[in-house]
Design a protein around this ligand. Structure first.
Ligand SMILES: *Cc1c(COP(=O)(O)O)cnc(C)c1O
Length: 338
């Protein structure tokens, strides 16, 4: 198998990094304080295997009981755990196309098959996405989707889940940047699991923390296949402090949404076709200028965006919403190129 290739993470400084949807703003100051406090308590002992402190705090915030939540070493860990729980060798995993490339790799690791159901031209999902197929055990739906930044409304997600013969994991890595989300559906359908990440909206990609919300009988099955200590003491303390500071989240989100508006308008003025985004990135295709040379030219000037090429669908540039200064630098460079 080929293995998943993450976006470039240059180890030298000096890059404007708009390629992996990190938050350009720092996390809440409470995060640093929580890590220092956890260090004072020491690291000799194993961490809480269920990350109880985080579960209790998240449960309060989300209005569910703690046993509806399972934590992971980033939400990628949650996706791995869910695949391991539901998809056996030779089984089938469904995903939309184009979407998060990792899902296919997770099926391969299980020795399972995957089936990509293409989005319609307007980024709605065809009824094929909910069709019952022999061996189908799990469906992934990133919502908002990457690379398009588009969303499927919760009522449509519920209808899909009701038709599907298997659980539907709604990957809400970007939900904090959208107007609506599917969290409220979990109590209504045992088939719906909602995963979240602290990497993007909470500015903690370097920490590695994510979680999933689902009905307790599903959480219990997932606990069986997870690594015993999949979250470490420092990340549990830091993630708990991060979600407790909702005011910080609101402030950084407001800045990012304002810059997303500016970026979208400016890209369109440059002649790009830019989809309205509900995430912290935009998807951009220029009708006259091929995307790859634009990506390479930007990179030569130490501006990294994500060039993505989806066979049968097309290629383009996914640009993370950075600070206003970072986006201005990127736009200035693009203005010289198109
Ligand atoms: C970034 C991302 C993730 C992974 O998030 P981590 O919590 O950093 O592992 C999962 N799904 C999608 C669609 C993402 O873009």
């Amino acid at each position: 198998m080929a293995g998943y290739t993450p976006g470039e993470q240059p180890q030298e400084a000096g890059f404007i990094k708009l390629n992996t949807n990190e938050n350009p703003y720092p996390p809440s100051p409470a995060v640093r304080a929580a890590i220092e406090e956890a260090l004072r308590r020491g690291l000799q002992k194993y961490p809480d295997p269920m990350a109880g402190a985080f579960r209790r705090r998240a449960a309060e915030l989300l209005g569910v009981d703690p046993d509806w939540i399972l934590c992971g070493n980033g939400s990628d860990d949650i996706l791995t755990i869910a695949t391991r729980t539901f998809v056996g060798q030779g089984d089938l995993l469904r995903l939309p196309y184009p979407s998060y490339v990792l899902y296919k790799t997770l099926a391969q690791i299980q020795g399972a098959r995957s089936e990509e159901v293409p989005f319609e031209a307007d980024f709605t999902l065809s009824p094929r996405f909910a069709a019952a197929t022999e061996g189908l055990r799990l469906a992934f739906l990133p919502n908002p989707n990457s690379p398009s930044g588009t969303v499927i409304p919760p009522e449509t997600v519920l209808a899909l889940a009701e038709q599907l013969p298997c659980p539907l994991l709604v990957d809400e890595a970007y939900a904090d940047f959208a107007e609506r989300n599917c969290l409220g559906l979990v109590a209504r359908s045992e088939k719906i699991l909602v995963s979240r990440s602290l990497s993007k909206s909470y500015a903690l990609a370097g920490l590695r923390f994510g979680y999933v919300v689902a009905q307790p009988h599903l959480i219990r099955e997932m606990v069986k296949v997870k690594d015993s200590y999949n979250c470490d003491a420092l990340s549990i303390a830091a993630a708990t402090a991060a979600i407790a500071d909702q005011a910080w989240l609101r402030q950084t989100r407001a800045k990012i949404l304002a810059t997303r508006r500016r970026l979208t308008d400016a890209m369109r003025n440059l002649g790009f076709v830019t989809i309205d985004s509900h995430a912290n990135f935009t998807w951009n295709v220029h009708p006259e200028h091929p995307a790859r040379p634009l990506y390479e030219e930007l990179k030569r000037h130490r501006i990294l965006v994500r060039y993505m090429d989806y066979p049968g669908w097309g290629d383009g540039l996914r640009i993370t919403v950075g600070t206003d200064d970072e986006i201005d630098a990127c736009l200035d460079r693009l203005r010289k190129l198109v």
